[in-house]
Design a protein. Structure first.
Length: 159
């Protein structure tokens, strides 16, 4: 293999390794946070979910920064954006899968408590919560990635 082929191979490897590494780390952090909050019986308080955004933001930031440090010369806006999106989407799907298992098998009454007001007017169950978590994760991933890429992109300003 030539030197250029090795560079392409390393870049493709980083594009896979970084999102996997950080995506699973963020998902594990989110799950651990949920379980800790659950220990204190505060898991039904929707305001505590705001810290999920902080965990997600920190993880996506670290993933993009890590990728940029590995490939400083070849780092482009699009590559950084892909890293952030892949990381966030993986995190979202793992966390939503965990919450699905939790809501359907571990604590089915969780849905009734969280949706007490809403469920009386609309006949929706855990499926709507799964959908909301999925949409929340995808949109926060896109917003956070776009925000962080403003920090990591190469400047075109002339000094």
């Amino acid at each position: 293999m030539t030197k250029n082929t090795n560079q392409i191979s390393d870049t493709m490897k980083n594009e896979t390794v970084v999102p996997l590494k950080y995506g699973f780390q963020i998902a594990i952090s989110l799950i651990a946070y949920f379980l800790i909050v659950r220990l204190f019986n505060s898991h039904e308080n929707p305001w505590l979910r705001l810290f999920n955004g902080v965990i997600m933001a920190h993880g996506i930031f670290l993933a993009i920064r890590s990728y940029k440090r590995r490939d400083t010369d070849g780092f482009t806006y699009f590559e950084g954006f892909k890293i952030g999106v892949k990381t966030g989407f993986l995190t979202t799907f793992v966390f939503v899968a965990f919450m699905g298992l939790y809501m359907f098998h571990v604590d089915p009454t969780f849905v009734d408590v969280v949706m007490a007001d809403w469920k009386s007017e609309y006949d929706n169950g855990a499926g709507i919560l799964i959908f909301v978590l999925l949409i929340e994760g995808i949109t926060s991933t896109l917003v956070l990635t776009l925000t962080f890429m403003q920090l990591f992109k190469k400047s075109w300003n002339v000094k």
